[in-house]
Design a protein around this ligand. Structure first.
Ligand code: SAH
Ligand code: SF4
Length: 316
């Protein structure tokens, strides 16, 4: 814009930048989910996933109507500082926080790429790369931008933050009273194993997380989700299931069991299906709501960080 005074151009260049992230790669899974690899101008990469589900409803005449229900899983950071021992994202270290704009852009770009109508509401889960509560201000800004009724109009009730459990930040998020949903990556029922899996547990142990959750304001019809990554011969026994029930006493919760998704070089194993089902049954029989996460996109390395690693290795 050479029609602007030189001083103003210099000033603009110093204080603002026009930079956008781009889709570098996209893999489709046989179950309809799609995994996106985004890159910034410095070729730093991060991932998002589009999950498609069929939503069945009854119309006035009692006929079943089906429509597509979309959930977009977004990243909040490039890499992660938490360093969980089972997570591939952690292996790549931490590069930087994503801005609120970059978080929102993942949803815009994926909606556009799939011709999802602007007015079609999607669910958002902050379960991609990074620890959302470690990028608190940008996360808050993104939640507010996404929920704006003049924009994408994604109510906070349709947005779920998954966290490895930074207790003081859970409390701080609760104080914001946004109505956003929470998923806790619990993964273990005693501090020893949890600290091995999630080193952050040494600073914020299970007790501190449970205390923070008990204070977290949540819509009376909703539940706090507890994610439990099931690792073969590590935490897949009934003794752990029993302890889990005890821990969740007094919390309106839902447990989501996740199969550990192995990758080359990991010391951990995928659990046996039978152990997974027994674990679930034990909880269900005792009145705990418990689902097993469908391994959507297994064939496209859908667990956190796996597409990026494949891309770095030159596989994709
Ligand atoms: N940092 C946040 C959100 C991103 S991780 C958190 O930890 O909650 C999103 C989810 O992916 C977490 O529940 C995590 O446990 C899971 N995950 C990471 N590596 C995995 C793997 N190899 N197999 C299955 N799930 C994995
Ligand atoms: Fe970070 Fe979540 Fe991976 Fe742990 S599981 S390293 S918190 S992204």
């Amino acid at each position: 814009m050479s029609n602007l005074p030189k001083d103003l151009r210099d000033d603009l260049e110093k204080r603002f930048f026009i930079d956008s992230i781009k889709i570098k790669n996209c893999e489709c899974s046989s179950d309809g989910s799609k995994k996106y690899l985004f890159v910034d101008s410095k070729e730093n990469s991060f991932e998002s996933v589009l999950l498609k589900m069929k939503d069945k409803k009854y119309d006035e005449s009692g006929n079943i109507t089906t429509s597509e229900k979309y959930t977009i899983c977004v990243s909040t950071q490039i890499g992660c500082k938490v360093g969980c021992s089972f997570c591939l994202t952690a292996k790549g270290g931490f590069t930087r926080d994503l801005s609120a704009g970059e978080i929102v852009f993942q949803i815009l770009a994926i909606k556009r790429d799939n011709d999802i109508p602007v007015e079609k509401r999607v669910n958002v889960v902050y379960m991609g790369m990074g620890e959302p509560l470690d990028n608190f201000e940008n996360l808050l800004k993104a939640i507010k931008i996404l929920s704006c009724e003049d924009g994408l109009s994604i109510s906070p009730k349709r947005q779920t933050i998954s966290t490895s459990g930074i207790s003081p930040k859970i409390t701080k998020l609760g104080e914001e009273n946004l109505g956003v949903m929470l998923a806790i990556s619990l993964h273990a029922v005693d501090d020893e194993l949890r600290s091995e899996l999630i080193p952050l547990n040494r600073a914020y142990n299970i007790k501190s997380i449970i205390e923070a959750i008990k204070k977290y304001p949540i819509d009376s019809r909703k539940r706090i989700m507890f994610e439990y990554l099931v690792i073969g011969e590590k935490n897949d026994d009934i003794k752990s299931a029993k302890k889990l029930i005890k821990l969740l006493e007094g919390i309106k919760s839902k447990v989501n069991l996740i199969y550990f998704n192995p990758y080359p070089g990991t010391e951990y194993k995928r659990p046996k299906k039978e152990d997974m089902l027994n674990f679930q049954q034990y909880l269900v029989d005792r009145g705990v709501l418990c689902t097993i996460r469908e391994s959507k996109g297994l064939d496209i390395s859908a667990a956190c960080g796996q597409l990026r690693e494949r891309s770095r290795d030159g596989i994709s």
